[in-house]
Design a protein around this ligand. Structure first.
Ligand code: RIB
Length: 301
């Protein structure tokens, strides 16, 4: 049976400039050429899960502009079911302003546009897709009350709930109590747990578990990832030539959701996701960099 993943999340057009280094506050920096890539954490994770082999339905929104048309086409071309992606009139599609430096690091500012219109009512209308899925995967670029609504529908339907808590913010206990898996990077882990980023990843993961989430995944960039369930596992990084880290966390989350939805054992699913995340750093752009299942399997061998 096909693994089914439902994604609720953002859809953005990424406007990207390469810079020799990330700009300081108040500084004007001359960059390299400008590029436009399809992105948004929700859309990235939807395409990542689809390319990783899952059947994917997305809940989201675009505006009635050129970016919205392009994003709907990108999702559909990647076999993502966009029946529950609304098009809002007189509204701009979400846009992300991104700088990527010579080391592949980035800064991102998002103008949410239509993403802010993903309402709890729209989520209720999509309840069937959530209930039919093996895994619901959400992030935090659409309204929190809509993420919470999706999580509670999923919990009632026995669909596993994963949250990639990015961009980081304090989360209500009621939402945390609905999660099966929380996926964060170190900075997001610290903010969500109310701790310092310099604390060890192990202790950050344990603090997050104490907030009521059974499984925590902390992605650690070049240091791999850590999984805390009944015990702590470390997943080593795959050595690759990094050119652009935008979308790497989304590649990890989408591939992990697809793997878990297909009943892959946790250890194998984590390695599968880590390979997807590594491959995403070897190409430019968010969606263009997301690997196929074949590419992931090849790196794993
Ligand atoms: O995680 C990367 C994504 O964050 C980008 O594609 C951008 O759109 C923002 O949502």
């Amino acid at each position: 049976m096909t693994a089914r993943v439902c994604i609720i999340g953002s859809i953005n057009m990424d406007l990207v400039v390469r810079t020799p280094r990330l700009p300081a506050p108040g500084e004007t920096l001359m960059g390299g050429p400008f590029a436009r890539f399809p992105g948004g954490k929700g859309a990235n994770q939807a395409v990542a899960a689809s390319r990783a082999g899952a059947s994917v339905a997305m809940i989201g929104a675009v505006g009635d502009d050129e970016h919205g048309v392009a994003m709907r086409k990108t999702l559909a071309d990647n076999a993502v079911d966009i029946v529950r992606v609304g098009t809002h009139v007189n509204t701009a599609t979400g846009v992300a302003l991104i700088t990527v430096d010579d080391a592949g690091e980035n800064t991102i500012v998002v103008a949410p546009g239509a993403n802010a219109a993903v309402s709890p009512a729209a989520v209720e209308e999509a309840a069937n897709a959530i209930g039919d899925a093996d895994v619901l995967l959400a992030q935090l670029e659409v309204p929190l009350e809509s993420v919470a609504k999706a999580a509670s529908i999923a919990r009632a339907a026995k669909t596993r709930v994963m949250l990639n808590a990015a961009p980081a913010r304090m989360l209500p206990r009621e939402l945390l109590s609905l999660l099966d898996v929380l996926i964060v990077n170190r900075g997001e882990a610290a903010l969500t747990a109310g701790r310092s980023e310099s604390d060890s990843a192990d202790s950050l993961a344990r603090s997050l578990q104490e907030l009521g989430v059974p499984e925590i995944v902390i992605t650690l960039g070049g240091a791999g990832a850590l999984h805390a369930g009944s015990r702590i596992r470390r997943i080593p990084a795959f050595p690759v030539e990094t050119v652009d880290t935008v979308g790497a966390g989304d590649a990890f989350a989408g591939a992990f959701a697809a793997a878990v939805a297909s009943n892959m054992p946790t250890e194998t699913a984590l390695r599968f996701a880590a390979a997807a995340g590594a491959l995403a750093t070897t190409k430019h752009g968010a969606i263009p960099s997301l690997p196929t299942r074949d590419a992931i399997m090849q790196l794993l061998q």
